[in-house]
Design a protein around this ligand. Sequence first.
Ligand code: E4P
Length: 216
Amino acid sequence: MKIFLDTANISEIKKALDLGILDGVTTNPTLISKEASHSTFNEIVSEILKTVPGPVSLEVTSLDHKGMVDEAMQLARLGDNVVIKVPITAEGLKAMKMLKEQGIKTNATLIFTSNQGLLAAKAGASYVSPFVGRLDDISEYGMKIVDDLKTIFRNYNFSTEIIVASIRHPMHVYEASLIGADIVTMPYSVLEKIITHPKTDEGIYKFLEDWKKVKH
Ligand code: E4P
């Protein structure tokens, strides 16, 4: 399973890269806005794109397909690792198809049903991002869509990869990995949580205490 960080914060990205387990990054307008007090959009994304060796999703904000494609063409020029995040709407589907024809990778975002994921795959999206946490927030079982999409893509031999998005806690990562999702994109806070365990810390402390009793 590939691990992406869901952030536009460069220091979080560098810390995750240092761990040696980071495969890519996803951003969205909200995440970019959190970093925008001292830097422009171009400054923020240029640094991310040159720092991350893997795919980096950047989202378009136009609502019509022509505007989406124009934005995507400009964003794609920023780096070879740019993936264009396009919301799953009728206009978004048209844009995904046109961008596929231009050889530009897309990530269909704001996926809340498996039918939306199916359409995005048919339109040629490289990735689909089901938002599991936001579904859980409204008392639906978000991970069910990931499971369903896995089956649907297998049924029809789609090469589209599933990015489990809107991750809230370690159990989402656990469930996604059991289902066999291709990618999980998580906030840095969740990455930190899945590294640590109190029994690991306790065990290290005890070993070090006992080691002091050994003559060297
Ligand atoms: C996905 O790519 C989105 O950026 C993200 O996972 C949304 O998560 P949220 O529901 O925590 O905002």
